[in-house]
Design a protein around this ligand. Sequence first.
Ligand SMILES: *[C@@H]1O[C@H](CO)[C@@H](O)[C@H](O)[C@H]1NC(C)=O
Ligand SMILES: *[C@@H]1O[C@H](CO)[C@@H](O)[C@H](O)[C@H]1NC(C)=O
Ligand SMILES: *[C@@H]1O[C@H](CO)[C@@H](O)[C@H](O)[C@H]1NC(C)=O
Length: 493
Amino acid sequence: MPQTSIYIAWDKKKEACLKIPLNMATNIYYLLPNFGFLLLAALMIFTQHSSCNHVGVSEDGYLETLVESSGSEDPLPYSTRNYGINHDFGDDEWKMVGKKGKQFIVNDQPFYVNGFNTYWLMVLAADQSTRGKVTELFQQASSVGLTVCRTWAFNDGQWRALQKSPSVYDEEVFKALDFVVSEAKKHKIRLILPLVNNWDAYGGKAQYVKWGKDAGLNLTSNDDFFSNPTLKSYYKAHVKTVLTRVNTLTNVSYKDDPTIFAWELMNEPRCESDPSGNKLQAWIQEMAVYVKSIDPNHLLEIGVEGFYGPSKPDRVQFNPNTYAQQVGTDFIRNHQALGVDFASVHIYADSWISQSISDAHIQFVKSWMQAHIEDAETLGMPVVFGEFGVSAKDGGYNSSFRDTFISTVYKTVLDSTRKGGSGSGTFVWQLFPEGTDYMDDGYAIVLSRSPSTSNIISLQSTRLMIFNSLCSWNCRWSCRKKNALHHFLFPDE
Ligand SMILES: *[C@@H]1O[C@H](CO)[C@@H](O)[C@H](O)[C@H]1NC(C)=O
Ligand SMILES: *[C@@H]1O[C@H](CO)[C@@H](O)[C@H](O)[C@H]1NC(C)=O
Ligand SMILES: *[C@@H]1O[C@H](CO)[C@@H](O)[C@H](O)[C@H]1NC(C)=O
């Protein structure tokens, strides 16, 4: 079995002053908040008596954590890494995620997210023959240190529908969602649950409009979803049903379950019929307050792609194309709505700029992310990149480009994280368990078949984990002002 170690190098020559076996490092993390800080304090004393003068800061200002695998040709390098996940963790440690300013927190400790999407877990769980795949996926995800999954809490009027018609639910499918939630908890993975789709897949706003027409309403556009009082009441009823659902496997109601990281109002809302953005804004305002009236404890986000709109003409230059400002969304204004806790943005250079891969894609990723991180700082909230990916169907695609793309996203968010900025998490689109290729939309990542991608994901998890640990330590010892750790965390001060 390969030995995996973390080196923390803290001088400019990148000499490793300290080598911690990964298991030990992760134990430090998971022992927090009990006495992990003592171990870290011991490490600090050690470093003060060594020749090192900066903690974990490399030339370019990074926490330099190198994950090195000795032992060769492991086709599943990630699977042998032990992230110290203790499946018997007590409920005391499994607390609701909250936020403090620009950071997510759990138990008053910062919580930076390395996350993933697999949107169809409920459908997978609804069929006994594929239910085991849900468990398999969570196992694989946790073995590379992923901690939050984004997956649909809706399927309206379609095959294996959760909501067969307004307020009529398939109990078997609801139990499948219960299973997804309870399995996630077992693997120490939290969930972002979107409540409806903008697009037709799994029903979406088009299905709500169809239901409205079936009920005799005079509806002319799918965007009536955002304004028609009856359709709004259908949506609210769905929200209430999901949030107040009592999980049949755990007996915990969804609205009280810390396994749920956040609710999302809608996957990628657009309202082309009103480019001013007013119609969508009114819907966001009404629904955000409604969600909070039922569940004031969970965090809430909208689910927009992040396009800039009419309220900030100086920001539209960051949009991927001129059409983006005409789809009725308005990133900054949308996130000023009462009840919205954090910002979320998607990144699809391939479908927004061009379907053939070029350097422009990487440039776009950087400037798009940096612009939204700046805005989130002005808004005073965390921002997550809720979807990002690249399709194998794109012209010029190869897996090394995908790795470059993912690394760019990770590095850009980390640039913000290490400064205590708003950059708080990323969710790759999307992870697949083995044997589900029939669902592949071109973006599938099967970890066991992509060792290099697995390593990149794993490294990001390790960085965030160590960062969280160091940061937690710092929070406990904030009285010791200009120590090396403080210097690392706030290099600009
Ligand atoms: C349906 O609504 C449209 C647009 O609001 C209106 O022009 C039309 O007359 C209405 N039709 C009926 C049958 O009420
Ligand atoms: C849930 O509640 C039922 C009925 O009260 C009980 O039989 C069952 O053991 C409970 N399950 C859990 C996991 O607590
Ligand atoms: C992979 O694709 C990128 C972008 O199209 C290209 O620059 C690179 O040379 C390709 N690498 C390989 C190994 O084919």
